[in-house]
Design a protein around this ligand. Sequence first.
Ligand SMILES: [Zn+2]
Length: 101
Amino acid sequence: MQKERENPVTGVRQIEKLTFEVDSRSEAIPRRVNLCDYDFNGSCDCEHFRFNCGPKLSSGWHPAENLRCWHIKRCRRWVLERYLPKIAELLQDHPVDYNAA
Ligand SMILES: [Zn+2]
């Protein structure tokens, strides 16, 4: 079996499929991130998300880069590093119409 390559995005631990613990930059307690929430915008239990991003998303704002805290962005990078090879395989098996909207 092929050895899994090391993920270059450090401080991120996968708890469930798309739920993560992310080391905080300022506190000892890690943050909890779910990347599926808010139509894949992601959610986090940090203050920035709870008081700035979350309320906007709850009131109907669409997912956006500026509605993601540092922890969510870090998890999204981790996921890309981890799953990009699998996505490449998937695209090989299921060709995509690149011109579709
Ligand atoms: Zn956060």
